[in-house]
Write a protein that binds this ligand. Structure first.
Ligand code: MN
Length: 498
């Protein structure tokens, strides 16, 4: 992230010059010609946005530069960086897309147009939102770099979300989680997925975020200390066995993924074995297995926890060996991930890893990635846009396609409640409080009566009306999907029998 205190806030020229100096060290991987292209885009962007300011009061030009720096972390090519710098120009300034085409060519203009929002005149509200989303998916299916720019843009918006109105914060954070983190996950871009999730989590579930931060703090520190010991002994064991040139380092689990795991698996944080794990990056696939077998001779492993995603990759292409060993000193379980450099880059950067500046000369950057089997989902989303369905249905189905296991609904006060897919008002009621669940007699969804047995949809505002005389019926067990509700109903049923 950019430290804005180092950027002048009164003089545009000075601000621009210091931003350019901030950007230079991030683009050393580009050729001189490519650096020049980025520089041209940079000054065009400065000229276009001029004195515009962000909500925080900073010069607007800080935002495209921050987005561009996010893109350099994935070592994307010069056209993508240029488009990243220009991404808000046609929408927010006097410089049009046609001018960008004239100055930078159709390729860069195409990337910019993929995330340029439609004018407010023709479309409004939800309809405009759905149409923008549809266009983005189409553009992305033609050139995957469009989504990298969108993710880089969104990441910086989340990093600066404190300056935005509270109700807007929630909406942006929720959309980031529901759409953008989900796309990043589908594309296997661990870097964007993790960063976006952790930032959005803080705004959507602030209390949970804080609780987790305070409860896992010590835990992670303790693990880190033990982890450092293990890293040292692993490194020395492997070098004794003549395995050199590998990287061994620790990695702390991200907050949102801890939260998800605690919820899904019904375990407490004290039983989580992978708050901190170690990662071993090797030089070849053979070396991955060699490292594993050497370590198995020295340490005790939990065999049932061994997962070989190298032999059987995950659906998004992720590859790695996951194993859990027992630290001989503390007796603590410890997760180890073993993978090659290439697998590691793919896990962090997804398709962009195959898209690096090295293999791609200018002019042949279009990646024919939609044909890949694991990207069929994108094709389906694009086709969805051709169906004659209304805007609400379109948005709902996109979210459903991206995120097929959970929904987010709201209380009348605007609190976000996360529930499993197909959850009903009864699940919601038990989530609020056991008594609300037991005495739920009626539900209002978006202000209208809604059957207690009828599933909710993401974005619904749910209100439960209780009645002291109401008691759970055996039928209710067929209506619910959450563990909490099932448990609450069962114990009420058995209490009532006596
Ligand atoms: Mn932007």
């Amino acid at each position: 992230m950019i430290d804005e205190s180092s950027v002048s806030q009164s003089n545009l020229q000075e601000a621009a010059e210091s931003l350019w100096n901030l950007l230079i060290p991030h683009i050393t991987y580009l050729s001189d010609a490519d650096k020049e292209l980025v520089q041209l885009a940079f000054w065009q962007m400065v000229e276009a946005h001029g004195e515009q300011r962000r909500k925080s009061g900073e010069f607007y030009i800080i935002h495209p530069v921050a987005a561009c720096i996010n893109l350099t972390r994935l070592k994307l090519d010069a056209s993508t960086l240029a488009a990243g710098l220009l991404h808000d120009v046609p929408e927010d300034t006097h410089v049009t897309l046609d001018e960008i085409t004239q100055n930078f060519g159709t390729e860069i203009a195409f990337l910019v147009s993929g995330i340029t929002k439609l004018g407010k005149v023709k479309y409004q509200g939800e309809e405009r939102y759905a149409e923008n989303l549809r266009r983005m998916f189409v553009a992305m299916s033609k050139d995957v770099r469009v989504i990298y720019i969108k993710l880089a843009d969104r990441l910086h918006n989340l990093q600066t979300l404190d300056h935005v109105r509270v109700d807007k914060q929630r909406r942006i954070a929720l959309e980031s989680l529901e759409i953008y983190a989900a796309i990043a996950e589908r594309l296997g871009i661990g870097f964007f997925k993790g960063e976006i999730e952790d930032l959005a989590f803080k705004y959507i579930l602030p209390q949970e975020y804080e609780d987790l931060q305070s409860s896992s703090h010590l835990k992670i520190e303790e693990r880190t200390r033990i982890g450092d010991d293990i890293i040292n002994s692993v490194t020395s064991i492997l070098s004794h066995k003549n395995i050199h040139n590998i990287k061994v380092y620790g990695r702390a689990k991200r907050y949102y993924s801890i939260y998800r795991k605690l919820k899904d698996k019904d375990i407490s944080i004290t039983n989580m074995y992978d708050l901190f794990a170690i990662r071993i990056i090797t030089r070849s696939v053979d070396q991955c297995y060699e490292v594993l077998s050497e370590l198995q001779q020295e340490f005790e492993f939990l065999d049932y926890r061994l997962k070989d995603y190298i032999a059987v990759p995950k659906a998004n292409g992720y590859q790695s060996i996951h194993a859990v060993m027992i630290d001989p000193k503390s007796g603590m379980d410890f997760e180890i991930q073993i993978r090659t450099e290439e697998m590691h880059e793919f896990a962090e950067y997804g398709v962009a890893a195959h898209f690096s500046y090295k293999q791609h000369m200018r002019g042949e950057k279009r990646l024919d990635f939609v044909t890949g089997d694991n990207l069929k989902w994108l094709q389906e989303i694009v086709e969805l846009g051709n169906d004659t369905i209304d805007k609400d249905e379109y948005i709902r189905r996109v979210k459903l396609d991206l995120f097929n296991d959970r929904i987010f609904v709201l209380t009348p006060l605007g609190d976000v409640i996360e529930l499993p897919m197909d959850a009903t008002p009864i699940d919601f009621a038990f989530h609020i409080h056991n008594d609300v669940g037991i005495h739920a007699s009626m539900a209002l969804v978006n202000g209208h009566p809604h059957k207690l047995s009828q599933p909710l949809r993401s974005g619904d505002v749910v209100e439960i009306i209780t009645d002291k005389k109401q008691q759970p019926k055996p039928d209710w067990l067929n209506w619910v999907v959450s563990r909490q509700a099932r448990h609450g109903i069962k114990s009420a049923l058995s209490r009532n029998k006596h």
